[in-house]
Structure formats: structure tokens, C-alpha cells
Design a protein around this ligand. Structure first.
Ligand code: FES
Ligand SMILES: [Fe+2]
Length: 479
């Protein structure tokens, strides 16, 4: 006779003060232990709710400060049916407005550009960059209205790490409080001193959350990217059972709002409760020369993904191949030192990070709701996903590759263009991203199968995905 054990809800189901009572959540959308019903991805009605209740109430990463370098620069951020203009109002101030004329509603500007004042394309009403009304043609013909009433509707805006965030909820708590603990943990990486290397956006045939989910765990690496754990980075066959046995474990950690996973550089059987991300440990199966293994990992990421590692780290990796590893040190430490020496010699601000700082940073963070940041010293990846139209099976997905710049270049302005592709296969994303993107459609097709009811998640390596839904519930069903 089998004994059914009671689930240990306390240990496995993350719960934070302020979470909604599951009874308030309609049954078809209700989460249970490490389980997410598929309607939360596939129902148009659910996406409508997300737009109204999640995206309208949360801080959303809209652009980088570098895109608003000069007074009058503006950039449009669209999500669902909302369009918001973010404008550099003065040298020291960035403002954001709903992108709608106070006369008859016309959208005021598209894309990005630079203006002296905002001018409606329909009847030519004008606003100053601070949103105050400047000109109404034949104003005497209109019912007298205060300038306040005719001013553009403000949207909350704030900055962190060189990102500009907006929030459509006037009552929202301050950005830094919302981001906690991310702002503290990312501080040593100085992302504010990074600039775009490239930014590519494309349409994916999947829900916006499916696109993000694929980057919120490393559990898929063995299945999707078998080459990553091989010294020669070839992808000729599936992982052998021996390779699977040596795969790196990547547990997830959830906070009240955000979450991350952390590839600890060790197999699960070798990992202890204290195992954390350690940048000096970059295990690759069947290592013969640890220097070569680390160097090839860094260079593969630099060449294939073109982010997270860059030309500087590629050169440090090259130097590592023939470097001497002193007694009591290891190849990972030698690599970090070579990288640091080069960075400092070439004019970068390069603080020495402690083991604890690396450990806390983890590998990839979900900045709730729709952004992911992968922290690294010198170069980071940022991913962002948004619904595209009303179809929950389609999204706009973007990848930003940011590189730190030398101190002497901090004040340099430059033009930067995002690239857009209808199809990710035209975006020249490399092997790793190509493998990830190919999953998007397959997951979606399979989720529509009547046989499939919802995600059954790993309680140790996929709780980032669960956490997103738990937090979303706080906005979706709060009242
Ligand atoms: S709609 Fe904008 S000026 Fe008329
Ligand atoms: Fe992946």
C-alpha cells in the first residue's frame, strides 16, 4: 500500500506577506505547488488582465539614458494599447507623458527623435518639453480651460543603472524600493557605465512570458545547448549520459518580487548548501587543461553570443591559455586577474568584487514583470518581452548587449539604433540564442495540445517561473 505524503507547502510554495489568497484567483488560473495552469499563457482574456493590472501598475524598463543624451531627445515606449513618450526635458531631468494630444487624442510622436517642442501632427497644438501647453491655435474659440488641464498627462519616471523606467500608476512606490534587492546587489557591476553594443528586437511566436521563461532557468542547458558543457563547444549529438551526469546545477532563488537563478559551477552532487556562483569556477566536462577550458568558454560566449563577454575578456582568455598558474591559485583566479589588469591598463573603472558580491549576483534575474538582466563585470545582457497586439501567442522580444566603457568616454554622446527583425532567423543571433528561440514555437504548439494542462516545474531549478506568476497574482486579483 502506498502512502501519500502531504505536500510540505511551507518549504516548497514561496509565500510572502501581501500575497493574495488563492481562493481569490479564478480556478483556471490558480497556481498550486510548482504548477502553473496553461491559461495564464494562452487565454487572450488573461493577457488583457495583465495589460490592465500588471503593466499599468509596475515599473517598466523603457530605455537607456544614453538614448536621451540631448535636451529634446524623445523615445516612445509602447505596451499593449499604451504609448508613452519619454523626453529629455533639461540637462538634469527626464520626463514621461502619455502620448496623446489633449485636443482630440492624436498620438503626438512615434519612435525616437529630437524636438524643440512637442507638436501635434493634426491641428498643431504645441507643448513645452516639460509638458506645459505652449500653443492652442485660436484658443479664444475654446471653452476656457486652465493650462493645467491642457498640459500633457505625466507618467512616473525614474532611473537606475542607466535604465529609464516608467510607471503608469501615480501611486506606485519609488523605483528603488520596487527593485529591492536588485539595486543593492547590482551596485558593484556599475551598469550605469555601460553602453549599448547592440540591441535587436524581433517577433516570436509565443507568449511574452514563454520568451522570458526560457532565460529564467539553466535547467534547459543539457537539452537545448549540449555544446556549452563541452570543451570543444561542438553540438554534434545529444548529451551522453556521462555528460548529463556532469552537468552544472543552477538553483533558483525567489524574493518578494524578483528572482534569479545561479549556475554554481558545480554538479548537484558536489554542490553544498553554501554553493553559489563563483566566477573562477567555469566547469567544462572532461577538462584536461583548466586554462584552456575557461578560455574556450569565455571565447565561445564572446564570439557566439556577442554579449556577457567581449573583446576585452576574449583577449584575457587568450592570455590565459599560456599563463602560469602559481601554486595555491587556479586558472579561474588567474583569468580574473588578467582581465582586471587589462581593464585597468585600458582605462576602465574595475573594482575588485568579493566572492559574496559574485554569489549574490547570480546568473540571471527576472526584474518583474518583463525584463531579465544577466550581470557580469564589463558586459551584461538585458532581455525584454512585451505582448504584441492582442494575440497571446505572439510577442516582441528584445536582446540588449551592453558593454562597460572606459572612464574617459563616460560623457561622450553617440547615436545608437536598435535593429528590428520580423523573424529572429534574420537577426544573426548565433548558435546559443538560435537554439533558445527555436524552443519558443515548440513550447507554444505543445501547450495548445488538449493533453497539456500546465507547467510542472522543478522546485529547485525553475521557481523563477513560478515566482513571476505568484507576484503577478498580487496585482491581478488584489481587489
Ligand atoms: S488632435 Fe492634436 S491638435 Fe487636434
Ligand atoms: Fe538557453
Amino acid at each position: 500500500m502506498s502512502i501519500i505524503e502531504e505536500p510540505q507547502v511551507d518549504r516548497f510554495v514561496p509565500w510572502f506577506e501581501g500575497d493574495v489568497d488563492p481562493e481569490k484567483v479564478p480556478e483556471k488560473y490558480r497556481l498550486s505547488r510548482a504548477y502553473v495552469p496553461k491559461g495564464r499563457y494562452l487565454d487572450p482574456e488573461f493577457q488583457k488582465l495583465e495589460l490592465e493590472k500588471v503593466f499599468k501598475k509596475t515599473w517598466l524598463m523603457a530605455c537607456r539614458v544614453e538614448e536621451l543624451a540631448s535636451v529634446g531627445n524623445y523615445i516612445e515606449y509602447e505596451i499593449g494599447s499604451y504609448s508613452i513618450l519619454i523626453v529629455r526635458e533639461s540637462k538634469t531631468k527626464i520626463s514621461a507623458y502619455h502620448n496623446a494630444c489633449r485636443h482630440r487624442g492624436t498620438r503626438l510622436a512615434r519612435g525616437q527623435g529630437r524636438v524643440g517642442s512637442l507638436i501635434c501632427p493634426f491641428h498643431g497644438w504645441r507643448w513645452n518639453l516639460d509638458g506645459s501647453i505652449r500653443l492652442v491655435l485660436d484658443r479664444e474659440e475654446f471653452v476656457p480651460r486652465s493650462d493645467d488641464d491642457l498640459g500633457l498627462e505625466q507618467v512616473r519616471v525614474d532611473q537606475w543603472a542607466g535604465f529609464v523606467f516608467i510607471n503608469m500608476d501615480p501611486e506606485a512606490k519609488p523605483l528603488l524600493e520596487y527593485l529591492d534587492p536588485i539595486a543593492r546587489i547590482f551596485e558593484p557591476f556599475h551598469i550605469e557605465n555601460m553602453r549599448y553594443r547592440w540591441a535587436k528586437g524581433f517577433i516570436l511566436p509565443c507568449n511574452w512570458k514563454t520568451a522570458l521563461d526560457g532565460f529564467l532557468e539553466a535547467y534547459h542547458v543539457a537539452g537545448t545547448h549540449p555544446q556549452l558543457y563541452r570543451v570543444d563547444k561542438t553540438n554534434l549529438n545529444l548529451q551522453s549520459l556521462k555528460e548529463l551526469d556532469e552537468r552544472i546545477w543552477a538553483p533558483t532563488t525567489v524574493y518578494e518580487r524578483h528572482s534569479h537563478y545561479s549556475a554554481v559551477g558545480q554538479t548537484k552532487k558536489d554542490a553544498t548548501a553554501e554553493s553559489v556562483k563563483d566566477p573562477t569556477a567555469r566547469g567544462t566536462a572532461e577538462i584536461t587543461d583548466e586554462r584552456l577550458s575557461i578560455a574556450m568558454s569565455v571565447q565561445y560566449v564572446a564570439e557566439d553570443m556577442r554579449g556577457l563577454e567581449n573583446e576585452l575578456s576574449w583577449r584575457a582568455a587568450e592570455a590565459l591559455k599560456t599563463a602560469e598558474v602559481p601554486e595555491g591559485s587556479n586558472a579561474g583566479e588567474v583569468y580574473m586577474q588578467l582581465h582586471r589588469d587589462m581593464a585597468i591598463a585600458e582605462g576602465y573603472d574595475w573594482p575588485m568584487l568579493t566572492g559574496q558580491q559574485w554569489a549574490e549576483a547570480g546568473t540571471a534575474w527576472n526584474v518583474f514583470p518583463n525584463t531579465i538582466i544577466l550581470p557580469n563585470q564589463g558586459s551584461v545582457f538585458v532581455y525584454r518581452a512585451r505582448p504584441y497586439g492582442d494575440d497571446p501567442d505572439t510577442c516582441l522580444f528584445e536582446i540588449f548587449s551592453l558593454d562597460q566603457i572606459p572612464v574617459a568616454d563616460y560623457d561622450k554622446k553617440r547615436e545608437f539604433q536598435h535593429q528590428f527583425f520580423e523573424d529572429y532567423r534574420d537577426a544573426d543571433l548565433g548558435e546559443v540564442f538560435g537554439q533558445d528561440m527555436a524552443n519558443a514555437k515548440e513550447v507554444t504548439v505543445g501547450m495548445h495540445s488538449p493533453s497539456f494542462d500546465g507547467h510542472r516545474l522543478s522546485e529547485e531549478q525553475e521557481m523563477t517561473i513560478y515566482n513571476h506568476h505568484r507576484v503577478a497574482d498580487r496585482y491581478l486579483w488584489a481587489d
